[in-house]
Design a binder for this molecule. Structure first.
Ligand code: B1M
Length: 656
């Protein structure tokens, strides 16, 4: 299946796509953009404004696909409005899409214009490198000057893109922006933002006020001035469960989106429609009500949550509440297939979406076509849509979403995302079992971590040392035991990422007390793991969770951060005498770099066990690239690392 991904392993990084000079002519305008999307545009507006459309339209997030499809270099594509607009319109028209997609790297524009550190690639969307965040302290915030939307960064690029779109299609453009919560996480770095929300919420509110009032509102208002009738749509990847909790959604996300709406003329079209996490919410229907607060005109539910919750359930709720609905098909399915699943899923969503008395208020969205999505898959999806429209419906009546179906089909071979929700543990039983027969001091340390009490944890660790306990016992019986339980609770979906981060902070407070003694006593760590997100990829939430759990399990972690060069990883693995090298990837477009890194290790002088993980990575893929190991989630990564280290010890002992 993965053979469809081009193997870049032999190709120098900068040559995946023909490098295009700025002077290279833009794709031929051989289509009549003023007319060829008319039916699609009209259908979308009729669905979203509730009048109802005679056919269910679809669109796709596909700017990266357009770029790859036409072999345009990303540095030019995402900076040259003419190339960008022509590229997107051309690919959409050529593939006969109902409407074109015009979404640039929306998560970056505001932070970049304020001086955020950007990483640029030749073949992938650019991205903020928030390992060097703009705001860590009150002083950083005070020193920031809001960008001038007419001049700074690529804010003028956005304006020019919208202008060209309007000129070429004769249609009102959509103003895209970064959802406030994701925008603040770009300024502060995700984990730091979450920890600060816990430690100093007033400071985080202040950052929100700065970002929303002084950066985002002026930017959007500049665009509204140029395009008074434009629509808007915010993207808010971080505003999703389980990266955040529903409390964070209520306290930070929703009020700030509403504030932004107020500051931009109370435009009801100001919306943020792409939260994931419906399947993690305690009450899905209440979650949908929250979604409607920030996107009043329609409900959008996308995979993998849609597949989990079930298209029928979403359709029924939308029918009862009279809400137009949009279903989103998973990017993993679009990229990896299996091919039959692409067709089957699209047919199911069309069938369910268009059913019932409100069936004329339904549209379909292909979540992401990337530069790695095989052209045949994009074509297959379009053929599936056409065949369904023409009445050729081989899967009629076959509903798989929302049931207890094989997880492989759910989402490109992976089960529920992040491996969450497949385990079944009960908190009380886990805690009771962990404390059973333990000395009181260890049980108390365990409880401190479970209750996120950093200071108490540090005090108790110091008391335990004074009482003569060894560091190894304090770790194993107290801190590590607690992190084991936290890992299990995360796997059940009972706790979310914020709770994991906060418990890890308590564990670290204890660890800091032990560290000087461990160093003085030369107490060895359980093993040394060099960890990195692979080249081209700036996602680090998953990698950081794995690091945290490994640290909690007694490993020494050398975290090389994101977008990491294979040779750099090898250099650090050798220097640190690593027991294990861990690679994480979140983009299907960065998976070839995982392959490249594993290959570079295989060819290097010293051999290290290289293990892989991340949402799009599967055991099959790990086998195929000949990685030493694979883990589906953080808890599994800990078990894998423990096994690797024990096996190495055993074989050393046998050899010696
Ligand atoms: Co991005 N993004 N994003 N994004 N983003 C995805 C991944 C995407 C699926 C969304 C979508 O469009 N449907 C899509 C990828 C599509 C594809 O691959 N074809 C995508 C895209 C396209 C992009 C941009 C290009 C967006 C754009 O600008 N157009 C851009 C990419 C920039 C770049 O990297 N070059 C981008 C940017 C961002 C944000 C900055 C906004 C933010 C990242 C913030 C950050 O990481 N600091 C973000 C986020 C948050 C997401 C989603 C919403 C969540 C990803 C995540 O953090 N998951 C994601 C959509 C989704 O999943 N719903 C999406 C949580 C994390 C805990 O899970 O990393 O899988 P995960 O880790 C798990 C396991 O996999 C495992 O353990 C962890 C815990 O159990 N694991 C390992 C992970 N590493 C492991 C290593 C191991 C073992 C286990 O051994 C070593």
């Amino acid at each position: 299946m993965y053979s469809l991904i081009p193997d870049f392993s032999e190709v120098p990084l900068k040559q995946h796509y023909p490098s295009m000079e700025a002077s290279t002519p833009t794709p031929e305008a051989e289509y009549d953009y003023k007319n060829c999307f008319n039916d699609g545009f009209d259908a979308w507006s009729k669905v979203l404004d509730g009048t109802g459309s005679s056919f269910a339209p679809f669109n796709a997030q596909m700017s990266e696909f357009s770029m790859g499809y036409q072999g345009i270099n990303a540095k030019h594509f995402f900076t040259n409005p003419e190339l960008f607009v022509n590229g997107c319109l051309h690919a959409s028209a050529e593939l006969n899409f109902d409407t074109p997609d015009l979404i640039w790297d929306v998560y970056d524009i505001e932070c970049e214009a304020n001086g955020g550190d950007m990483s640029w690639f030749d073949e992938l969307s650019p991205a903020i490198n928030n390992t060097r965040p703009l705001i860590k302290t009150e002083k950083d915030l005070a020193n920031l000057t809001p960008p001038d939307p007419e001049k700074d960064g690529r804010m003028p690029f956005v304006r020019d893109v919208l202008q060209l779109f309007q000129e070429k299609t004769g249609r009102q453009p959509t103003i895209r922006f970064c959802g406030p919560l994701t925008c603040v996480s770009q300024y502060m770095q995700f984990e730091q933002m979450i920890l600060k929300m816990n430690e100093d919420p007033e400071f985080v509110h202040k950052v929100f006020r700065y970002v929303v009032e002084e950066v985002q509102a002026p930017f959007i208002n500049m665009l509204f001035k140029a395009f008074p009738d434009a629509g808007t749509n915010g993207s808010d990847a971080i505003g999703s469960l389980p990266f955040i909790s529903e409390e964070i959604l209520d306290e930070y996300s929703i009020p700030n989106i509403l504030k932004l709406r107020e500051l931009t003329g109370q435009n009801p079209k100001l919306q943020v429609d792409n939260w994931w996490g419906d399947s993690f919410s305690e009450d899905t229907e209440k979650f949908w009500e929250k979604k409607l607060q920030v996107t009043p005109r329609y409900l959008k539910v996308q995979d993998p949550d849609l597949y989990q919750v079930g298209a029928v359930k979403a359709r029924e709720w939308a029918t009862e509440t009279g809400t137009p609905i949009v279903f989103g098909v998973d990017n993993h399915v679009m990229q990896e297939g299996p091919e039959e699943e692409i067709v089957r899923r699209i047919h199911e969503y069309f069938e369910v979406g268009t059913s019932g008395p409100q069936g004329d208020k339904f549209a379909l969205y292909l979540c992401n076509l990337s530069s790695e999505t095989p052209f045949e898959h994009a074509k297959m999806a379009l053929d599936a849509i056409r065949s369904w429209r023409a009445g050729d419906r081989p899967y009629d009546g076959e509903i798989r979403s929302g049931g207890d179906n094989d997880s492989a089909a759910r989402s490109g071979e992976k089960g529920r995302w992040m491996g969450i929700g497949e385990a079944e543990f009960d908190r009380a039983t886990l805690e009771a079992k962990a404390k059973e027969g333990k000395k009181k001091i260890f049980a108390d340390i365990y409880t401190c971590v479970m209750e996120y009490r950093d200071d108490d944890c540090a005090v108790l660790c110091a008391e335990a040392l004074e009482a003569g306990e060894t560091c190894a016992d304090i770790l194993d019986e107290g801190l590590i035991a607690a992190m084991d339980t936290i890992g299990d609770l995360f796997a059940t979906g009972e706790i979310f990422v914020p709770e994991m981060l906060i418990s890890a902070r308590a564990m670290k407070a204890g660890l800091e007390v032990l560290r000087p003694i461990m160093t003085a006593n030369k107490e060895p760590a359980k093993g040394v793991v060099v960890m990195a997100t692979v080249q081209g990829d700036l996602h680090d939430i998953g990698k950081n969770l794995v690091c945290m759990m490994l640290e909690g399990a007694g490993f020494k972690i050398i975290d090389l951060g994101v977008n990491t060069d294979p040779l750099d990883i090898i250099k650090h693995a050798e220097k640190e005498n690593a027991d294990i090298v861990g690679l994480s990837a979140l983009l299907t477009t960065s998976m070839p770099f995982m392959r490249k890194t594993v290959k570079a290790f295989a060819e290097s002088e010293r051999q290290f066990p290289v293990i892989c993980g991340g949402a799009p990575v599967t055991r099959d893929f790990a086998n195929q690239i000949e990685a030493y190991g694979y883990a589906d989630n953080a808890a599994e990564a800990v078990t894998l690392c423990k096994n690797i280290v024990s096996a190495a010890k055993l074989s050393n002992a046998q050899a010696g």
